[in-house]
Design a binder for this molecule. Structure first.
Ligand SMILES: Nc1ncnc2c1ncn2[C@@H]1O[C@H](COP(=O)(O)OP(=O)(O)OP(=O)(O)O)[C@@H](O)[C@H]1O
Ligand SMILES: [Mg+2]
Length: 425
């Protein structure tokens, strides 16, 4: 897994033209107590990075955004406000840490800014020594500032002072799917909850793919799926998101970025990005939900390191399916539903993107799977077929798979150093 060094260099150059505190306060002064109020003429399309007059200047970005079509109201926070909100970014408020930097829990109300609804928030601060930076921060603001859907996490605001970059989101009480599914000592999620999460996340992707100006998410994985109290799933992290191909084009060409174990093979090979790459990643997450296993785990036996390579051949064979379904489910699922979910994962994971379903097809299939579950619950006494197999009590835990540049490779089992780092090998 190659982490491209020049990424950091190019980001450093982006910082040079960046906004100073003086400007931040001027802007804040102009907007004091006000949210970014946006005109809502449907004639104005969602802005992309290429539409921004000066992407290195947050002030110009905000000016451009304020003229764009969006239903969002974004708040601009100062660092000192964020210090109050997060108890000075204290470790005890830390919710987690990804490639962008640490995420803290905080609380906002109208004492922080007039008109703010009192609510808990998640504050994501850029790690200045990390591999992500201004561009990811900007992508997050551009996409989440203009897209609104119940299956996307809500961006409340941001902060930009000197080189500091911070994002403020609605707080998701159950954290990430990664934590819920793989955290040591976590209570196993029921089959019904797993289907509900898959469906919510699928709706989020379908919304992006079917937008007037489609969006390819590019970083679909368990740590980017956040959960509210009722296990409603919302996608977070739009740092890698890209506008889909326009006009005659069938794909967009990009540097290969993503997370080991989730990126589609054809994307890794060619750098050609389509919505079908997200469908593949969705298949990987669905497989993780079915099996309770991480997409890549170097502590597993050689043949089982890549979940997709190991499990895919068993997805369409009922007897073999029993071998891979998460034993923590303790057979509490309807066999037809498990078979249908496995068949869906199989389709999403097709090597040839042409054979993958669209995300709206995925939504329909998951809805019918959910219906089977609901009927089952309603009739209550029907017997569910028992899973017969050995319960595997060993669950491997390790640091999550962080997003990196994915070097061009012809294999899904990456050998690069980043993979080793992640698994602690
Ligand atoms: N809005 C939120 N509400 C609650 N917890 C959150 C929120 N956003 C992030 N988190 C927590 O912070 C963790 C880190 O999130 P982040 O997206 O920065 O990194 P990651 O997804 O683990 O890695 P990557 O940088 O590869 O995306 C998440 O796994 C989650 O536990
Ligand atoms: Mg993330």
């Amino acid at each position: 897994m190659a982490v491209t060094k020049n990424k950091k260099t190019s980001l450093t150059s982006l910082f040079l033209g960046c906004y100073k505190t003086k400007n931040a306060s001027r802007y804040e002064g102009e907007e004091k107590g006000k949210a970014m109020k946006i005109r809502t003429s449907p004639a104005i399309k969602r802005l992309s990075l290429s539409d921004i007059s000066d992407p290195s200047s947050p002030m110009s970005v905000m000016d451009d955004l304020s003229n764009s079509f969006t239903s969002q109201k974004l708040r601009m926070f100062t660092l000192s406000e964020l210090r109050v909100i997060t108890h000075n970014f204290s470790r005890s408020n830390m919710l987690g840490e990804g490639g962008f930097g640490p995420v803290y829990k905080g609380f906002i109300d109208d004492k922080v800014k007039p008109g703010l609804e009192a609510q808990p928030v998640a504050v994501k601060a850029l790690d200045l020594h990390g591999h992500q930076g201004h561009r990811e921060w900007l992508a997050e603001i551009l996409f989440l500032g203009q897209l609104s859907n119940k299956n996307l996490v809500k961006l409340i605001g941001f902060c930009c002072e000197e080189e500091q970059r911070v994002l403020v989101y609605e707080y998701m009480p159950r954290g990430s799917l990664e934590n819920q599914l793989f955290r040591r000592n976590s209570v196993a999620m029921s089959w019904g909850i797993r289907v509900k999460i898959a469906l919510g996340a699928a709706k989020g992707l379908a919304f992006l793919h079917e937008a007037e100006k489609p969006v390819i998410y590019r970083d679909f994985k368990t740590s980017n799926i956040l959960l509210d109290c009722n296990y409603n799933a919302k996608l977070s992290d739009f740092g890698l998101a890209k506008d889909g191909p326009e006009g005659e084009h069938t794909h967009v060409t990009t540097r290969v970025m993503g997370t080991q174990g989730y990126a589609a093979p054809e994307y890794i090979m060619t750098g050609h990005l389509t919505t079908m790459n997200d469908v593949y990643s969705f298949g990987v997450v669905l497989l993780e939900l079915i099996t309770g296993k991480r997409s890549v785990d170097n502590t597993r036996a050689r043949k089982e390191k890549s979940l997709v390579e190991w499990a895919r051949p068993m997805l369409r064979d009922q007897r073999k399916l029993d071998r891979i379904i998460d034993p923590r489910l303790e057979c509490q699922y309807k066999i037809e539903a498990a078979q249908a979910a496995a068949a869906l994962a199989f389709k999403c994971l097709s090597q040839n993107p042409k054979y993958r379903p669209t995300m709206s097809d995925v939504v329909k299939i998951l809805e019918s799977i959910q219906e089977v579950e609901t009927k089952e619950r309603d009739s209550n006494n029907k017997e569910t077929k028992k899973f017969v197999g050995k319960r595997n009590s060993r669950h491997h835990h390790r640091k999550g798979q962080k997003r990196v540049d994915i070097a061009y490779s012809d294999s899904l089992l990456y050998k690069e150093s980043r993979a080793k780092q992640n698994s602690g090998v």
